[in-house]
Ligand binder design. Structure first.
Ligand code: G6P
Length: 559
């Protein structure tokens, strides 16, 4: 049964003690280099954790067994496991919006019982999944046809933020997977997120309204960008096929049935989800399931959900010392709050994961980019870090210079053992995938070990170049090695990163599940819209803005 807020204030004596012990650890480790830590085989083998399909090696973190002990003490004192249990039981752990946080229910098995506000949500989840399966099967088989009787082979999924980033991440990750790729044969999926008309042009380039299905994805069905893009695509369809085409060519994913109806779409063509699904945690709801099932078929999506469920179970049941999301979350807290690293990099050595970092940017920064605790008091230290990333090896030729010789940026490397698309040229010493992975193994050591001046001197490097060629090393990272990248392991990876963010928020005692910080800009944009529309319709000058904005607007309107 869901109850009110379960989060207890973090500042118990145990919490303060663990915090102080970790601050002492920072001092104790000051003179220790990762080079030294990596020589301790016992320490290194203790800093590896596995779950079927995934291995996490965190031996290149600037931490000892003792540090890990105190981090686990901090987690215990913060009630991390209790908070995980409360989240998964439907407790309203998002008090500023009065909501449960139940993205785990989106991938729960049919017979699970998970309650929000006293009602089991799992039957509703599976009713929507069944509806998506039936619909996507009909579209894919050509039974559901467009206004002129043609099969709908192309899909444009309109949505932004959480209604876009996760689905695009999953779509890209599976394009070259043998099973998903074969299932997508003859089909195209495009995403339309930005309100920029260039994005409209890109999304519909080469598409024919007769064979295009538009999916409007918006939790609120009020997001300005998405609604304008939906109207734009609607007029593209209507101009070509007439008003009646909307019923066959447009469907919606939303929690707002009235909004969908008000837009002129049949609520029958709507796939619902619920207020207990945060936008950035919604890829396993109809938000991701509809476009992905249309492209790859429902079976592939089902495997994706099963992978996420597998990681949920691991998160809920594994001991903290062996629990991948808990370990990663604690290391995030250590790097960010105690060692003071304000950024972290996500570096998948896998081109299929090119949209992992953009998705995790939202998951993490919208969740933990907060300045106050749950009770509204100041956090007292910086909130979650700046996240960024790029697939390797591309990033190596871009920003790794800074990571090796400039700022210290804790990194998470992700690599895959079995390639999705093997290539091994005759005469080459290694396969193309092995060449990629050589870099996955080399970079963490380069960051950790560095290269000392003495070594450069012994190699005969001219003395004036030695400072420029020295690598200080001592730069932390974790390595995640996946057996393969397919729908199941993609679900595991998604849930792993979702839960890492939750663990960090639980330790800090913040609400990781609201996002009030995105509201102010929306309100101001509305004022600007009113001003621009006023000048365009009635003439005159803009007013009510500060001098800088007024001058810029004036220039824009004159242009
Ligand atoms: O799905 P929607 O209601 O259209 O919201 C789309 C996105 O916009 C909001 O402003 C939030 O920043 C995101 O958390 C959300 O995912």
């Amino acid at each position: 049964m869901a109850t009110a807020v379960a989060t207890k204030p973090a500042e118990t004596a145990a919490y303060t003690d663990a915090w102080a012990a970790l601050e002492a650890q920072v001092k104790a480790l000051k003179g220790t280099h990762l080079r030294d830590l990596l020589q301790d085989d016992d320490r290194c083998s203790s800093m590896v954790a596995s779950h079927p399909g995934l291995t996490l090696d965190y031996s290149r973190q600037k931490a000892t067994k003792k540090t890990m002990f105190y981090l686990h003490e901090l987690a215990k004192a913060a009630g991390v496991q209790e908070k995980v249990a409360a989240m998964m039981a439907g407790t309203k752990i998002n008090p500023t919006e009065g909501r449960s946080v139940l993205h785990v229910a989106l991938r729960a098995s049919r017979d699970a019982v998970i309650e929000s506000s006293g009602a089991n949500v799992v039957p509703d989840v599976h009713a929507v999944l069944d509806k998506v399966k039936a619909f996507s099967d009909r579209v894919r088989s050509g039974e559901w046809v467009g206004a002129t009787g043609k099969a709908l082979t192309d899909v444009v999924s309109i949505g932004i933020g959480g209604s876009y980033l996760g689905p695009e991440f999953a779509y890209e990750a599976l394009r070259m997977d043998a099973t998903a790729g074969a299932a997508a044969s003859g089909r195209r999926l495009r995403f339309l997120a930005n309100v920029d008309p260039v994005d409209v042009a890109r999304a519909r380039e080469g598409l024919d309204p007769e064979t295009t299905l538009v999916v409007v994805v918006s939790k609120t069905f009020t997001t300005a960008e998405t609604m304008l893009n939906a109207r734009t695509m609607r007029s593209w369809l209507v101009d070509a096929l007439g008003e009646a085409a909307v019923a066959k060519h447009m469907v919606a994913v939303s929690t707002n049935a009235d909004g969908v109806k008000g837009f002129g779409m049949d609520p029958e063509n709507m796939f619902g989800f619920w207020d207990w699904v945060g936008g950035r945690y919604s890829v396993c709801s109809a938000v991701g399931v509809v476009p992905l099932a249309l492209q790859y078929g429902f079976d592939v999506v089902d495997r994706f959900l099963a992978g996420a469920r597998d990681m949920d179970t691991h998160f809920a049941t594994a001991a903290p010392e062996a629990n991948l999301p808990i370990l990663m979350g604690l290391l995030g807290v250590w790097n960010n709050t105690f060692l003071g690293h304000a950024t972290r990099a996500l570096l998948p050595y896998q081109q299929a994961l090119l949209k992992l970092a953009p998705h995790i940017q939202q998951v993490d920064m919208e969740s933990n980019g907060k300045g106050v605790k749950l009770d509204g008091s100041p956090l007292g230290h910086a909130g979650g870090p700046v996240n960024f990333g790029e697939p390797g090896t591309n990033g190596q030729h871009s920003f790794y210079q800074l990571m090796h010789q400039g700022r210290v940026v804790p990194a998470d490397f992700v690599g895959v053992i079995a390639p999705q698309t093997p290539i091994h040229l005759a005469g080459e010493p290694v396969s193309n995938h092995e060449e990629l992975m050589c870099n996955f193994f080399a970079q963490p050591d380069a960051l950790a070990l560095g290269k000392a001046a003495a070594q450069l001197a012994s190699e005969g490097v001219p003395s004036e170049l030695i400072p420029h060629k020295t690598f200080t090393g001592d730069r932390p990272s974790s390595s995640i090695l996946m057996d393969r990248l397919d729908a199941f392991s993609l679900g595991q990876l998604l849930a792993l990163f979702e839960h890492r963010t939750a663990v960090e928020g639980f330790v800090w005692g913040i609400n990781s599940f609201d996002q009030w910080g995105v509201e102010l800009g929306k309100v101001l944009a509305k004022q600007v819209r009113t001003a621009i529309a006023g000048v365009r319709s009635k003439g005159g000058e803009v007013s009510g803005f500060n001098a800088s904005t007024t001058a810029l607007l004036k220039k824009f309107l004159q242009g």
